[in-house]
Design a protein around this ligand. Sequence first.
Ligand code: AMP
Length: 297
Amino acid sequence: MQFLMLWHRMTSQQAPLVARTVAELKSHLDQLRIKRAGAPVVFVPTMGALHDGHRALMTRASQYNGISVASIFVNPTQFGPNEDLAKYPRTWEADLQLCADEGINVVFAPTVDQMYGDNPESTLSAGPLGARLEGAQRPGHFDGVVTVVAKLFDMVHPDRAIFGQKDAQQVAVIRSMVRDLELPIEIEAFPTVRDSDGLAMSSRNVYLSHTEREQALAIPRALVAADQAGSEGVQAVLEAATNELAGEPEMHVRYVELVRPDTLEPVPANFHGDALLLIAAMVGTARLIDNSMVTVG
Ligand code: AMP
C-alpha cells in the first residue's frame, strides 16, 4: 500500500522546469502565469544539499496550489573568508528529485555569474538587526543574505516566500527588509524540522562525525531544559541552557541569548512573556544554530 502511494506520488508529479539563467526563469514563469492566471507564486529559497527540513518548506509551498518556485544557490556573499563556502555540500541530482517529489514547478539554479555579473557595486545592508548574534560573529553575513534574497525576489516576484524558523535571525532580518522596502510579499516562517534524536536538520550536519553528533545533541537538550525552567524566570532559563551545554566540553558555545522575538534585543532580567532562546556552537568544524520559544514567568 505504501509502495503504491509512493509510486502514485512519484508518477503524478511533473518534473520541475529548471532555469539556469534569469532569462530562462522569466520565460518559465511567464508561461506558467499565462496558463494559471491569478495563481499565487510561492517561493522557497535554498542553498541546496536539501534535507527533510527543506522538504517540509516545499510541501508547504505546494499546498498553496499556486506556482511553486525553489531556488538552489550557494550564495558566496553570505560566507566569511574562513568559512565553508568551498566545501559546502552540493547534491544537485538528489535536490532536483526532492523538488520533483514535492511538486515544485520551477527550480532556479543560477551560476554565481548570473546572480552577480562582473564586479557589482551595490549591496543592501541588513542594518542593526543583522549586526547582532550571528551577524556579530559572521560580519557581513546578513548583508549577503538580504542582498541575494532581494535579488531573488526581484527575479521571481513571489506573492509569498517561505523560510525556516531554524534560522530565526534570518527570518527577522528578511521581514524587516520586506517592510523597509515595502515589497508586496508575505513572509512565512515554517517550524524547525528535527531528526528523531532532536537535532535540527541542517545541510551542515554532514560535517559531524558520529561522536560530534552525540555532542551536538546537547543543543536540543539545552532548549528543552530552558523551556522547563521557563516559570522560574530569565536567569533560570539561561542557566538551564548553559548548564546543559557545559556538559559537552568539546563543544564551543558561541552564544546563548534570550531575546525579544521581533527585535532580537536581549530581554531584561524581570521579563515575563514569550522570548526566543538562541544558541550557536561550533562542534568540530560545523557551526550549528538552533532556537526555540520559551514562555518566561
Ligand atoms: P539553507 O539551504 O540552509 O539556506 O536553508 C534554506 C531554507 O530552509 C531556509 O529558510 C532555512 O531556514 C530552511 N531550513 C533549513 N533547515 C531547516 C530545518 N531543519 N527546518 C525547517 N527549515 C529549515
